[in-house]
Each structure stands twice: as structure tokens, then as C-alpha cells.
Design a protein around this ligand. Sequence first.
Ligand SMILES: Nc1ncnc2c1ncn2[C@@H]1O[C@H](COP(=O)(O)OP(=O)(O)OP(=O)(O)O)[C@@H](O)[C@H]1O
Length: 273
Amino acid sequence: MTVQKEEGYVTADGRKIGGTLMEMKNITLRFGGVKAITDISFDIKEGEIRAIIGPNGAGKSSMLNVISGFYVPQEGEVWFRGAKRPPMKPYEVAQQGIARTFQNIALFEGMSVLDNVMTGRLNNMKTNMFQQAIWKGKAEKEEVENREVVEKIIDFLEIQSIRKTPVARLPYGLKKRVELARALAAEPKLLLLDEPMAGMNVEEKEDMSRFILDVNDEFGTTIALIEHDMGVVMDLSDRVVVMDYGKKIGDGPPDEVRNNQDVIDAYLGVAHD
Ligand SMILES: Nc1ncnc2c1ncn2[C@@H]1O[C@H](COP(=O)(O)OP(=O)(O)OP(=O)(O)O)[C@@H](O)[C@H]1O
């Protein structure tokens, strides 16, 4: 088991990483007889970019789904912002400040980019539909505030020119960027990215990498991601958890993980499909 440290650290490039934001303690998740995750512990610190990697079927998606509240593990504890999290619905987890993107894009294809990004703010709205109907002023003020946040993110991700375009008409790489914009619109404390580069060409991957780094830098958003592209993972991440057959076989900065013999055997050095 890893030693959990409360304090932060300074990265090789001089960024200050804060204390523990999330802690997974001895998580075990089963689907019937299949153990997708076996007794895994790790933490995510404020402001860091944390990757979860491993061969196909290692349990990465299952772990992301535990973090996002989609699956409740049979054993173990999930701690977030210093408190043990009781079993929660995904929307409650979202309200706590955890947003995510999906492996297969999950946008409203017929709606414009702007409207899609606005849906990311639904959890942040204080007035409900009834209040909006009878209390126009307050709802209008909220709408203006929401618009401001959304426009800032649209500018930041450089998608101003397509804000009125229906998502269905966009190329794949831009759709992925719109999905990132929608997740950011919730102003999350922790952003989960499920294979953000999957299916992208080299140029699209470079763009996405830059945006992920800029989001982390500009908004201070803590990011946890699953990714198959090893080059991307090693370049982007501050620390990496490596899973294989549901178990944790490595945990540390990219250079350390890269030289871990178990990791080389399981994933990096050995062809795996
Ligand atoms: N809903 C489910 N029902 C039953 N078994 C599942 C379910 N989801 C995952 N599994 C099993 O749990 C194990 C881990 O799967 P998971 O999808 O988490 O791995 P992964 O590392 O994300 O894989 P990939 O890289 O291929 O997406 C696999 O053996 C998988 O078949």
C-alpha cells in the first residue's frame, strides 16, 4: 500500500502542488464473479494532473466510474475534500465539484456549441424552473452570470468561431474540445477525462494536450485522466497510477513509472492486445 502524504510537493517544472483532494482507500469493485478492481489505494492532490494507465481490461474505466459515482465499490472508502463520501448518485458527485468527459462523445448533436456548453452549468443554477417563471429578474441575473462563465471558457478553448454551429457538423477533434468546454463550464474542482485523445490525429492530440495543460495552469483545475497514448501520458502527467488486471502495479512520477519493471512487463515493454 502507498504511504498517503497530506502535504503537497513541487513538480520538476516548479509548479506547486497542494494537499490531498481525493483519496481512494482500498477500493474493490466486483461485477458478479469478475473483480474489476482489487484493493487499490491512491490519492489525487490539489492542482495536479494525475493519470491512470494500464492495458485493456485493467480496470481504468471502472476506477473512473467509481470516482464519478457511477459505480459504488463493494469495499473501500472514497474521500473527497477531507470527508468520507457516502454512496452517492453521479449528479450528487457532480454537485460536489467533479465533472467529466466521456470516451465516446456524449454531446447533444443537434444543438449549437454554445447551448451544449451551457448544459454544463445546469448543476450550478440556483433558481429552478418554477422560480424562473415567477421571478424573472433573479433568473435573468443568473442567466447573465452563466453566460459570462461560458463565454470565458469558449474564448479560452478558442471555439468562438463555431459557437452557433450545431455540434453534428463539427470534426471529431473539435467535438472533443466542446466536450471539454462543457465539463469546464461546471467550474469543477476535479476534472475527469476519459481518454481525451482517443481517435485523434497528431495535430488534434497536440492541441488537446496544450488545452489540458492550460486549463490546469489557468484555472488551477485538478485533472485525473485515463489515456492509452503513452507519449501523451508521460508528457502531461505529474503522477501516474498503473493498473493491471484490476491491481495497482505502479504509482509515481512518469520517470519512475517508466522504469518500473512490473510496468514494463505488463504494459510498456510487452505488446498487449
Ligand atoms: N459493467 C460491467 N459488467 C461486467 N464486467 C465489467 C463491467 N465493466 C467492466 N467489466 C470488467 O471489468 C474489467 C475491467 O474493465 P474496465 O473497462 O474497467 O477496464 P479498462 O482498463 O478501462 O479497459 P479498456 O482500456 O479496454 O477500456 C474487465 O474484465 C471488464 O470485462
